[in-house]
Design a protein around this ligand. Structure first.
Ligand code: RNT
Ligand code: ZN
Length: 424
């Protein structure tokens, strides 16, 4: 099977597509300029099933789960960086890395409340060399002080204080990374805290979490270096009945404290989508962080595919003119397929959906809507689905020097044969 397209095929398909879009008042060149500038934050944890390098033997806790045992996962920092390099090389544009504290670079175990910027210095060097911004996350799971399912909302003050100290350390690390790279690091707090079964007191843990967060954010950091985000959730494995950091909890927190709200696509009721939340939340919180993910029946963190949900998210960002205020991060971990393929497929899909949104004839659609012509609006929205956006995407990939279409799978197979298969 030959997946390669010739330059001529790519160019002529693009020329036709450009005309089709121009007829609707859409400038494909402008759309591609915007797309080329939009960074996606790739999550490091797709590369090793969220195990990290602090103690990979320990296994994953916190009510999240990577299923599958596809061979070749990264076993150390060098392998993870090599895999990331391979993934980035198949994705058009300049993108960020979303790093977890458990991916520290240290020959000995550092207690999490004592983490320092130096433990991430080699990541900063790598990012600088490859022109990636970095985002950061304290790790409040896979640790003996998180084993009973509570961290910042723990009833034991000493355990709470340990995690507060960890989060404070992580904000400082975030700020040092952001300063070193000249691009603000978004430090996102997600905690697993919750109950498997019906609680008798839903309030007290939330009061404790509120106080813990206020302690964590007490020190102002330069927003040019670090931006804080908080991530809500509906339920997890083992926290089915109650999650302390719910949507209402964090929406209120972000709005009153002026921190970023992180919306993970898998953290709501199965038929609830985050797309509709953006225009509302943007009225009250300064900026939003997205964890673009795909839940199948539960928060299963499947690889992002080009679903209606994904398209709706990107449409909302573009329609709200909020590309500067909505930071797009990914959050999925599939261990049943080639992990580099997972990154490439998911990230390319996020970008493809963003491109589709950028190619929307917004003025035309709004004109119909404002005139009460909902039939015209529906007809156009449906016709748009048949327009040749794929030709614009292929052209973009070619322009950006990354594989066009299925050709990236040739590279993945090659890498699997030459690199991954040698891993034990
Ligand atoms: C868990 C959250 C969280 C994690 C990462 C690893 O449900 O989505 O963002 O996936 O911190
Ligand atoms: Zn998430």
């Amino acid at each position: 099977m030959n997946f390669q397209l010739s330059d001529k095929q790519i160019q002529s398909a693009y020329a036709l597509a450009q005309e089709r879009y121009a007829a609707l008042g859409v400038d494909t060149t402008a759309a591609l300029d915007t797309l080329a500038q939009a960074p996606i934050s790739l999550h490091c944890w797709q590369g090793d099933d969220v195990l990290g390098f602090e103690d990979p033997e320990r296994g994953l806790s916190g009510g999240i789960m990577a299923t599958g045992n596809y061979p070749g996962k990264a076993r150390n920092i060098d392998e993870l960086r090599a895999d990331l390099d391979q993934a980035y090389s198949m994705i058009p544009g300049k993108h960020r890395l979303n790093l977890h504290a458990s991916y520290l670079d240290s020959p000995r175990k550092i207690p999490r409340d004592q983490l320092l910027p130096e433990h991430f210095a080699s990541w900063v060097d790598w990012a600088r060399e490859h022109d990636h911004g970095i985002d950061f996350n304290p790790t409040l799971f896979s640790h003996e002080l998180a084993d009973d399912g509570f961290t910042l909302a723990h009833a034991d003050a000493a355990i709470r204080d340990f995690w507060i100290a960890h989060c404070i350390a992580c904000r400082e690390i975030g700020a040092s990374i952001g300063e070193a790279l000249g691009s603000p690091c978004i430090t996102n707090i997600w905690i697993p805290d919750g109950y498997k079964d019906t609680p008798a007191d839903r309030l007290a843990p939330r009061q404790r979490l509120l106080a813990a967060l206020d302690a964590i954010f007490e020190k102002d950091l330069n927003p040019a270096h670090n931006l804080d985000a908080v991530e809500c959730k509906l339920f997890g494995l083992g926290s089915e009945s109650y999650v302390v950091g719910s949507h209402e909890f964090y929406l209120g927190y972000a709005a009153t404290r002026g921190v970023l709200l992180c919306l993970d696509a898998g953290h709501f009721h199965p038929t609830e989508t985050i797309a509709d939340k953006l225009s509302s939340a943007l009225l009250y919180v300064p900026e939003i962080l997205l964890h673009v993910s795909r839940g199948v029946r539960w928060d299963s963190d499947h690889v992002v595919t080009l679903t209606d949900d994904l398209q709706a998210i990107m449409q909302e960002i573009v329609r709200c003119a909020a590309l500067e205020r909505v930071h797009i991060g990914l959050d999925f971990f599939d261990a049943s397929i080639n992990r580099i393929g997972a990154w490439a497929i998911g990230t390319r899909n996020a970008l493809r959906a963003l491109l589709m949104a950028l190619l929307e004839p917004r003025d035309l659609l709004r004109g119909y809507e404002n005139a009460g012509d909902y039939t015209g609006r529906l007809a156009l929205l449906e016709e748009l689905k048949g327009l040749p956006f794929g030709a614009v995407w292929d052209y973009h990939c070619a322009q950006q020097g990354v594989p066009v279409g299925m050709a990236f799978m040739d590279e993945i197979r090659e890498y699997e044969k030459n690199v991954l298969s040698a891993r034990g």
